[in-house]
Design a protein around this ligand. Structure first.
Ligand code: F6R
Length: 249
């Protein structure tokens, strides 16, 4: 059967296997590129990948050493949570990955959500542009097809920006908070341009709840109501999923 897009699909029911494959791709970038620029996602999906990266890096001194050279850019951060809040993405990154690796804090970029947010967004894009673009961008996908916090909308935004979070996303993320009221209303997110400029994209989508979003995003049509559908325009996307996708192959 002729494949509809240039996307590389890796389908396996075992998410440990998928995390191992994803970690292998990250390690290749780490070894091949002197100062690799890596875009990181948060959320529950990449936690297993980050555990794999930490475990295998700590078992291999040559890999461990490479993390000193990594330039890390996160996709997004909640507006309204201090950096040390247990649900902030700053906290998530240090908790799940950075504290275990010899990354240099001055090479770690996560959108700053205090002070002038518009200035922070411009500074974020300028800083990323100074490094070129991501050698590898790790992505998850929202049940509503969002990537980063680029939510379904009539228009999508190119650059890093402040965005309201959709009700669907706030409800999906409420599981991390005590009450729905505590879920932030806004976030800063890298825009569609920042994501699509990455040289290579690795999208992880685990669990039946992501199947519909994958089917819609990679069906062969593109629209702002499913931001992930724009990934079909990118020349180097690998999707790792435990879902049966034969319907769209
Ligand atoms: C978070 C991010 C979001 C998540 C998405 C899926 O940095 O970029 O787009 O990837 O909301 O979240 P989980 O993995 O928790 O289902």
């Amino acid at each position: 059967m002729v494949k509809k897009q240039a996307i590389q699909w890796i389908v396996n029911q075992d998410t440990d296997v998928l995390n191992g494959i994803a970690a292998g791709i990250v390690f290749r970038v780490l070894v091949d590129i002197l100062h690799p620029v890596i875009g990181f996602a948060t959320g529950s999906t990449p936690v297993g990948l980050y555990q794999d990266l930490v475990q295998n890096s700590r078992a291999n001194p040559k890999l461990l050493e490479r993390w000193q050279h990594v330039i890390g850019f996160n996709l997004d951060e909640y507006v309204g949570l201090p950096e040390n809040h247990p649900q902030s993405y700053h906290h998530y990154m240090w908790e799940n990955i950075y504290q275990f690796l010899p990354v240099l804090p001055q090479h770690i970029y996560i959108p700053k959500v205090t002070g002038d947010l518009e200035v922070n967004c411009r500074t974020y894009d300028d800083t990323l542009a100074n490094y070129g673009r991501q050698d590898l961008q790790i992505l998850g996908i929202g049940k509503n097809g969002h990537i980063g916090f680029n939510e379904p909308a009539g228009n999508l935004v190119l650059n890093t920006h402040v965005t309201p979070l959709s009700e669907a996303t706030r409800r999906a993320n409420a599981r991390f908070f005590d009450t729905m009221d505590e879920v932030p209303m806004r976030a800063i997110t890298m825009g569609m341009g920042g994501i699509l400029r990455a040289k290579r994209i690795l999208l992880l989508a685990f669990g039946n709840e992501k199947r519909e979003a994958l089917l819609q995003a990679f069906s062969g049509t593109i629209g702002t109501e499913c931001p992930a559908s724009f990934l079909q325009l990118h020349a180097n996307v690998t999707i790792l999923t435990d879902q049966d996708m034969t319907a769209i192959f």
